[in-house]
Design a binder for this molecule. Structure first.
Ligand code: S3P
Length: 430
């Protein structure tokens, strides 16, 4: 499936469930591995990123069992981990590597964390520095990247830390380290990223409080296993929202989608652009989730800056695709984090849209696109980045002629069934 060809499509119709939320799955698996007793997690996606976390836990001596979409983690507490001396391959998964760094900060012995070419370019100082402040030894490769070597401290010190950037991975790594630190770990500053960890840790019995813009976690609490049902991933649902909006005569219903307000920024923005989207929250546990219905719409350009950015960071490449079809100018700024994701997503999405004939201006921290612009089918590159490959597929639906996506197999990182689902909705996929 290295190359996939997609032709412009007339109408997309259907009702479906998207794979379980990848962010929540990583956290649930790791918390289960630190707890005592069984944790049963339903709705675990079969994506390569989540498999990397499962393999990493297994390498540390934690047993897991998969039955269909559920995974049982046999937790025996952090003292039962056997991490020392391991080399753990985190593949393409930044979340696996960064969250594990937090856990390994208190594990005895030395562990080496490696990743693929993309992950080996991503910044790790943002985690290494505060973990060193807690007493862990962390050695990075030149340029502050992986491979990472980490040697845990038997007695971690709790810290008060001002997060300089709104990263949920950094926030989570420090909270996971704080679970075993001596005293209260307090995080302030840019804590305004997705809050799955803050919601999940108390379910497992951790003593965590969020008050007045600060997160406080008391170290040393024993955690216990729980049962969890993971909702659908809103970042995977996002592709179908975009597809229905820009394909005429389309209507797609998505069931069981996560609707945590720190993840619904894209839906809010699409509505501001004129998108016809209805959401109905049907469950509140373990996080809000429900049905989302979307229909073809005429879109207007929009400006996204500042505090809005972290709430839809993973959806910004897709927003660039929609911007080419919207009336007026779309501006995205304050999003330089896009340059250090699985690819440089500012350049990758701009290159993809330019290959299809669009005019895109890029900046260090974002892009502007004036629409509407007619896209033409072309040969485009995924840059090995799952979200760029899927964004290209959505652009192809609106383009004239046929588009070939090179390196399309990377969709398996988050959404292995993406192309078969597109085809079942009526997309012309070869
Ligand atoms: C994630 C956080 C985000 C996001 C990534 C998954 C997480 O990164 O881009 O895909 O699960 O914590 P940040 O650490 O930049 O928030």
């Amino acid at each position: 499936m290295a190359h996939v060809r997609i032709a412009s499509t007339k109408a997309l119709q259907g009702s479906l469930r998207v794979p379980g939320d990848k962010s929540i799955a990583h956290r649930a698996l790791i918390c289960g591995a630190l707890a005592n007793g069984w944790t049963r997690i339903a709705g675990v996606p079969r994506s390569a990123d989540v498999s990397a976390t499962i393999r990493a836990l297994n390498a540390c001596g934690v047993q897991t069992q998969r039955n269909d979409d559920a995974v049982v983690v046999h937790g025996a507490g952090p003292d039962a981990w056997l991490a020392s001396g391991n080399t753990i391959d985190c593949a393409n998964s930044g979340t696996t590597m960064r969250l594990l760094m937090g856990v390994l900060a208190s594990q005895p012995g030395r562990v080496r964390l490696t990743g693929d070419i993309s992950l080996s370019r991503r910044p790790m100082r943002r985690i290494a520095e505060p973990l060193r402040g807690m007493g862990a030894r962390v050695t990075l490769s030149e340029g502050g990247v992986a491979p990472v070597e980490i040697e845990g401290a038997r007695e971690l010190r709790a810290i008060a830390y001002e997060l300089p950037l709104p990263s949920a991975q950094v926030k989570t790594a420090l909270l996971l380290a704080g679970l075993r630190a001596d005293g209260e770990t307090v995080l302030r500053g840019r804590v305004d990223s997705r809050d799955h960890t803050e919601r999940m840790l108390p379910r497992f019995g951790a003593a965590l409080d969020v008050r007045g813009g600060a997160i406080a976690l008391q170290g040393g609490r024993r955690m216990r296993g729980v049962f969890l049902d993971i909702p659908g991933d809103p970042s995977s649902a996002a592709f179908w929202l975009a597809a229905a909006l820009l394909t005429p005569e389309s209507r797609i219903e998505l069931r069981g989608v996560g609707l945590n307000p720190t993840r619904t920024g894209f839906i809010d923005v699409l509505r501001r652009m004129g998108g016809a989207i209805e959401t109905r929250v049907q469950r509140s546990e373990p996080e809000p989730s429900g049905t989302v219905v979307v229909e073809s719409s005429r879109l207007r350009g929009i400006t996204i800056t500042g505090r809005d950015v972290p709430m839809l960071i993973d959806e910004l490449p897709l927003l660039a695709v929609l911007a080419t079809q919207a009336e007026g100018t779309t501006v995205v700024r304050d999003a330089s984090e896009l340059r250090v994701k699985e690819s440089d997503r500012i350049e990758a999405v701009a290159a993809m849209l330019r290959a299809m004939g669009a005019k895109v201006d890029t900046f260090e921290d974002g892009f502007t696109i004036a629409g509407p612009q007619q896209l033409r089918g072309a040969i485009v590159e995924s840059h090995g980045d799952h979200r760029i490959a899927m964004a290209a597929a959505i652009a192809a639906l609106a383009a004239s002629g046929e588009t070939e996506i090179r390196g399309a197999e990377c969709v398996g990182v988050s959404y292995p069934a993406f192309f078969s689902t597109l085809s079942s909705l009526g997309g012309c996929v070869q």
